[in-house]
Design a protein around this ligand. Structure first.
Ligand SMILES: [Fe+2]
Length: 191
């Protein structure tokens, strides 16, 4: 039986409600995301593939703050990257097209002040190919930057998050500060 977008949203809603531990939520949803992106992708419309010449594009597929979940496509043109950031919730990411690169950062200071004196060390890099899935949980944070180098072709990814995801923490590695910033998205939900 085909695994539909509606079923994935329902499964995400139930997992978010059922499991207090975010690791359990992503454990349940990772294989479901894999099934979704490797199945019938007819739920994806042209508006979900819109890019932006100035920065990576976020296109809403489904946003439901009441249930604490939101689903976006992201379109990454060559050379487009996020800042170093931290979502503050769980996420399940599937690659629809191309290769998404993720560079991780590890916070190594004593956390005496939440937003200052932050010491980040660079971690490893992951190259996520088409039809693959990754997840993250804040433990207590998950700091990374993602994008596509200018030497690689456009990537398109699908992201389910544990909240509306219209803001996140951005980190300035040089100054050791972080700030809460708003992030916009294009409403491509079609409703
Ligand atoms: Fe992220």
């Amino acid at each position: 039986m085909e695994y539909t977008l509606d079923k994935f949203i329902e499964d995400s809603r139930m997992a978010a409600a059922e499991y207090p531990d975010f690791s359990d939520v992503v454990d349940v949803l990772a294989p479901k995301m894999l099934r979704l992106i490797n199945g019938d992708r007819s739920f994806l419309k042209p508006e979900h593939f819109q890019d932006d010449p100035h920065h990576y594009a976020r296109n809403a597929v489904f946003v439901c703050p009441e249930d604490g979940i939101s689903l976006f496509t992201m379109v990454w043109n060559p050379g487009q990257w996020t800042p170093v950031h931290d979502h503050g919730t769980w996420g399940v990411v599937g690659v629809l097209k191309g290769v998404l690169e993720e560079k991780s950062f590890i916070r190594t200071d004593a956390r005496e002040i939440d937003d200052e004196g932050i010491v980040l060390k660079r971690g490893g890099v992951i190259l996520l190919g088409e039809n693959s899935v990754t997840t993250f949980v804040p433990n207590p944070d998950h700091i990374h930057k993602t994008g596509v180098p200018d030497t690689r072709e456009q990537a398109v990814t699908l992201h389910m998050y544990g909240r509306e995801m219209n803001d996140y923490y951005c980190y300035n590695v040089a100054t050791g500060r972080r700030a809460h910033v708003q992030v916009s998205y294009r409403d491509a939900t079609g409703v």
